[in-house]
Design a protein around this ligand. Structure first.
Ligand SMILES: [Zn+2]
Length: 335
């Protein structure tokens, strides 16, 4: 079996990612650590976009918000499918009908992501930005036009292809000024080249909250979810309960740079793999991880199992309503 292939199927389904990728194995075996933190962000959307569609998120154990890489992949898929095209914009369910009518027949300029926020920019008069947050159950699959199925808040269609938005937490039509107000509340997104990690640091080093909580605060680091926070803290050997104001700046920079590598890797591959080359199943001669919540990781959803580095049992606790995973032996650093 290949390192990261799912048992019994040639199709990889990323539960946390919410993205079903029909081209498994393309870059699965590569380690996130081997990639540059500064190189251009390589999006996988030059290939056939129908290979990407957003599937429902699985809720096993705890509800799982998609992490930021999923939204960036979605923005890439929608932009790749529809940018520059005049679209029929409708709301089959009716709840976005007035706004859809305003945009109907206009050209999509592009789609972009900030953390877990998706923004569609239409070439329309007045309010022209559709601001979407998928929340826990939202999905936005793209494919050949087919009859509307279920409650579709927003449908984009170019006569051949349609994208149907189901169950978003938000779907709102905004003007530039309103969007700027929203954007000002969104923290630094490690996937975005224009992110400002120093702004995040200003919030982190003034806070007595645990770094594990701060990383999940979307107003500080946008797009980081439960998997990336657990894994980046493990890779930096930081005790997750370390207060932000005890971290030094160099440690913060290391955490940030690692998030950039890991999360951009997630955009490129559609899954979350965080183990270094020496800890892959092949390198360690161990079976691949089997879990509906994603790829090869050190601690996430591995409670009670031996740490891949030291053999201690991975621990789990509830922190702010979310499960936190860490290795008590590897993660002892407080600075
Ligand atoms: Zn350990």
């Amino acid at each position: 079996m290949k390192a990261h292939s799912r048992p019994g199927s040639g199709i990889g389904v990323d539960a946390d990612a919410g993205v079903r990728c029909l081209r498994p194995g393309s870059s699965r075996a590569r380690s996130a650590r081997t990639r540059s933190t500064t190189g251009p962000l390589r999006l996988p959307f030059g290939a056939a976009w129908p290979d990407l569609f957003i599937a429902p998120f699985h809720h096993v154990g705890e509800k799982q918000l998609p992490e930021g890489h999923v939204i960036h992949r979605l923005a890439g898929a929608i932009g790749g499918a529809f940018s520059g095209r005049e679209l029929a914009v409708t709301s089959p369910q009716g709840r976005f009908a007035v706004e859809a009518a305003h945009l109907n027949g206009t050209r999509l300029r592009g789609a972009d992501a900030w953390g877990k926020h998706l923004l569609l920019d239409f070439d329309a008069d007045g309010d022209h930005l559709v601001h979407i947050h998928l929340g826990l159950i939202g999905k936005f699959p793209i494919g050949p036009i087919a009859p509307v199925h279920g409650q579709v808040r927003l449908r984009l269609d170019d006569g051949v292809t349609a994208a149907d938005l189901h169950g978003p937490q938000w779907c709102r039509l905004l003007g530039d000024q309103e969007w700027q107000s929203v954007r000002a509340t969104v923290g630094a997104d490690p996937i975005r080249p224009d992110a400002d990690p120093d702004r995040a640091w200003q919030a982190v080093h003034r806070s007595s909250r645990p770094i594990a909580v701060l990383l999940m605060d979307q107003a500080i680091t946008a797009g980081v979810g439960n998997i990336y926070r657990a894994e980046v803290l493990f890779r930096s050997r930081i005790d997750p309960m370390t207060p932000g104001n005890r971290l030094n700046h160099a440690t913060w920079q290391r955490i940030w740079e690692d998030l950039v590598v890991l999360m951009r890797d997630g955009v490129a591959t559609g899954r979350i793999d965080t183990v270094r080359p020496e800890h892959t199943p092949e390198a360690m001669g161990r079976p691949p991880r089997i879990d509906r919540h994603g790829g090869e990781v050190y601690v996430y959803r591995r409670a009670g199992r031996p740490c891949l580095v030291c053999g201690s049992l991975v621990r789990q606790t509830n922190l702010g309503g979310r499960h936190l995973f860490w290795c008590p032996r590897c993660q002892r650093r407080h600075r």
